[in-house]
Design a protein around this ligand. Sequence first.
Ligand SMILES: *[C@@H]1O[C@H](CO)[C@@H](O)[C@H](O)[C@H]1NC(C)=O
Ligand SMILES: *[C@@H]1O[C@H](CO)[C@@H](O)[C@H](O)[C@H]1NC(C)=O
Ligand SMILES: *[C@@H]1O[C@H](CO)[C@@H](O)[C@H](O)[C@H]1NC(C)=O
Ligand SMILES: *[C@@H]1O[C@H](CO)[C@@H](O)[C@H](O)[C@H]1NC(C)=O
Ligand SMILES: *[C@@H]1O[C@H](CO)[C@@H](O)[C@H](O)[C@H]1NC(C)=O
Ligand SMILES: *[C@@H]1O[C@H](CO)[C@@H](O)[C@H](O)[C@H]1NC(C)=O
Ligand SMILES: *[C@@H]1O[C@H](CO)[C@@H](O)[C@H](O)[C@H]1NC(C)=O
Ligand SMILES: *[C@@H]1O[C@H](CO)[C@@H](O)[C@H](O)[C@H]1NC(C)=O
Ligand SMILES: *[C@@H]1O[C@H](CO)[C@@H](O)[C@H](O)[C@H]1NC(C)=O
Length: 839
Amino acid sequence: MDCGRRFGLLFWVLFISLLPFTFCLFNPVDNYLIDCGSAANVSVGNRVFMADDNLASKFLSTPQVIMADTNTSSLLSSSSNDSLLFKTARVFTGTSKYKFPIKAGRHWIRLYFFPFVFSVYNMSAANFSVSTQDFVLLRDLVGGKNPIIKEFSINLASDTLEVIFAPVNGSIAYVNAIEVISVPDILIEDVAILLEPSGNFQGLSNQAYETVARVNMGGPKVAPDNDPLTRSWVSDDSFIVDKNFASSFSNIAAVKYSADGAAPEIAPNVVYGTLAEMNSKDDPNSNFNVTWKFKVDPEFQYLVRFHFCDILSKSLHELYFNVYVDSWLVAGGLDLSVRLNNALSTPYYIDSVSGVIKNDSLLVSIGPANIANVYPNAILNGLEIMKMNNSVGSLSGKDSVFSFPDSNSSIKHVGVIVGVCVGAFVAALLVGILFILHKQRRKGMHQAPSKTWISISTAGAMSHTMGSKYSNGTITSAASNFGYRIPFATVQEATNNFDESWVIGIGGFGKVYKGVLNDGTKVAVKRGNPRSQQGLAEFQTEIEMLSQFRHRHLVSLIGYCDERNEMILIYEYMEQGTLKSHLYGSDFPSLSWKERLEICIGAARGLHYLHTGYAKPVIHRDVKSANILLDETLMAKVADFGLSKTGPEIDQTHVSTAVKGSFGYLDPEYFRRQQLTEKSDVYSFGVVLFEVLCARPVIDPTLPREMVNLAEWAMKWQKKGQLDQIIDSTLVGKIRATSLRKFGETAEKCLADYGVDRPSMGDVLWNLEYALQLQEAVIETDPEDNSTNMIGELSPQINNFNSIEAGVSATRFDIPGVDDLSGVSMSRVFSQLVKSEGR
Ligand SMILES: *[C@@H]1O[C@H](CO)[C@@H](O)[C@H](O)[C@H]1NC(C)=O
Ligand SMILES: *[C@@H]1O[C@H](CO)[C@@H](O)[C@H](O)[C@H]1NC(C)=O
Ligand SMILES: *[C@@H]1O[C@H](CO)[C@@H](O)[C@H](O)[C@H]1NC(C)=O
Ligand SMILES: *[C@@H]1O[C@H](CO)[C@@H](O)[C@H](O)[C@H]1NC(C)=O
Ligand SMILES: *[C@@H]1O[C@H](CO)[C@@H](O)[C@H](O)[C@H]1NC(C)=O
Ligand SMILES: *[C@@H]1O[C@H](CO)[C@@H](O)[C@H](O)[C@H]1NC(C)=O
Ligand SMILES: *[C@@H]1O[C@H](CO)[C@@H](O)[C@H](O)[C@H]1NC(C)=O
Ligand SMILES: *[C@@H]1O[C@H](CO)[C@@H](O)[C@H](O)[C@H]1NC(C)=O
Ligand SMILES: *[C@@H]1O[C@H](CO)[C@@H](O)[C@H](O)[C@H]1NC(C)=O
């Protein structure tokens, strides 16, 4: 085992040190690498794909923000580094557009696709087209099963590049990662040999290309890191028609670039230094072709680029051979040493353009020139096949970009939306205006500066979604895309007519029922109390937020019902209930430290996404352990967006709402400055972290005064460096000291007095992942080491506290799902808070 690992390492060291370094020749002006849907930057070899957060989403406009991720273990174990990029994706339910500012010129566009099922989105069934502003790249691409990477090269005259994803009617589009990278001009010369009709092809530099194949003949695959233009080259094994006809040869060190031949950017020396040749050594009368076969789309022309470097010949004029594409002769009696001004071992390439291909295959062959007194042989070092755009500017299908439903004319797009949804839009607008007027009257026109709220754009996108759903009125098909209106009768049926014995929770909003839809899907049905103005606002906020935001770590909205003045929200069912119920006050078995860390990490991901996944940050405002739900695998999802958008300013409603919902979690700065930012969520999350560690309520008025407020109490111990004294008794001896230290520091930073001093949710996420690694390291590497690093026993006073707490909570938290403060004397708690604020 250990030996194997060492051998592996040695292999890598050898392999890497043997690789000749050819990169850093070209420094691209534009270099956008985006790992779509990812909360973290991802390194792939030497390159870093950026997280899909604020910066990346600046380039994108899309009707719905859906960040998907998967946990496909088969991918993770796959040998490719790209597999990291395939774990997350952006899903598009309508025409969506990336707009990259660029410097005019040729660019690579590389698109990564790996379909998986996320929430209600089955990417395997996706059907969509991709275009730039000028060229169709992919037409009706269907999800399929396997990961694919598509590479295009486009010459742009303008200073923006648009990459447009257009789902076919009723379907979705998706993408896992995007690269947009400048290409040096020398890569494509303007003229090539035209094979049919034979002559010259002029105008290569205006063409758009899709890479069909890029092959390192007789050599191994070459990773992007080892190519000056971050291209991938594959070995020729899967293309060669008859392996017995060819043999390989390699001498990378011999390759000498020269001004007469190909520049180093054209292909790296690892490509030119290996070749396939005719297997003719044993027979001086050999007369056969070595042929490779490639699958292509008919009805297109192809640019076929041959890479040669004669590292075989001992002297000049030793090797003469023929080169073919299908039955067309590209070069007859080719003597490389003549073309290269009497040089050997010098890289050289030939470009040829095929006629329109009628077949779905393209053959490339090399064979002897049959010249007297010349030993029959032929070589090929590398090969690229690139599909060329057709006369309407398409690389896929017969339509130009102008035939795309929504791609190019935003005017037409708006027209369609307005036409379809005018009713819904006006209705939404009216409700919005009434709501705003109402609120303004209530708070006497006191208006704090508002900066953090999504307003018009959300409303527009929302009405678009809902409007188009009304228009075709089918719930089942709609349900495969968004959250939708569900008839009251269906809800009644699902909950056994709101059977009281099916109630799984009671909150300020109303009751939560368990339900089963007629297709067997388990759901949680939240039925609002009869309409109040405030309830209605929260209801709308929640629908709006959850239709906009889809994420693995945010609870999904399946639908809603507003018939008969009802306010019913239907969510995915979270089998394991709230995080809070797993910490204290119920019979769930105690969570391990690792489980707790993973839950915190999941919740942090959800919040990070809320803060960064959209062009403007969305503040949850009610982060607490009762709003973090767990599915059957204990995966955490953040729930309850009812407060997310009530406004930045404090008014009466707002204070009481907040006090009801999340007392003990509230950001003190929010009270001081009446200003809400993402950092208020970070504060609340810090309190949750301590709650997870100590497994007690955040406010417990029955405890001695200094212990009532968990945040204060825990910070006191954290500052003394003795956090281990107050942890959940079931965790004693099970947390590695380094992991606890990291966790404590993270929570402490979250609770900083001033928002500016608190970390971002992304930083918190990173630190928690680190804490998990520190914990895991114990188990994997040095098990004997455990005991010495584990923290000591609890002090007796703390053990006491735990037992008191358990007794109290058992009597007080008897109704599941009740707000934190049920049964607690409000004035007492409030005075506590005011006192703590006074310091
Ligand atoms: C990703 O990397 C960029 C550039 O290095 C950095 O500015 C950004 O903060 C990183 N984002 C995350 C989520 O780590
Ligand atoms: C990814 O690439 C790095 C360096 O390029 C290499 O060390 C590592 O083994 C690769 N990982 C996989 C899974 O291929
Ligand atoms: C993620 O993958 C691991 C390993 O295959 C598995 O044990 C775990 O249950 C998966 N989690 C989810 C949420 O699918
Ligand atoms: C996803 O779609 C594919 C292709 O239509 C289908 O074979 C597969 O069963 C679907 N998976 C789920 C979970 O719906
Ligand atoms: C994808 O959409 C196109 C255009 O609507 C349609 O012709 C094609 O059959 C669809 N493909 C699949 C597999 O559904
Ligand atoms: C989209 O689908 C709806 C219903 O399935 C249909 O009424 C409409 O005509 C379709 N639109 C286009 C452009 O195909
Ligand atoms: C090699 O292939 C070309 C093109 O198909 C053909 O014309 C030629 O006869 C072949 N040569 C041999 C020796 O088979
Ligand atoms: C199509 O390809 C097959 C073999 O791949 C070949 O036999 C046939 O002649 C080709 N047809 C045309 C029209 O090129
Ligand atoms: C590809 O598109 C360019 C620009 O639109 C056009 O000039 C060229 O003729 C097209 N290529 C072919 C082979 O039609």
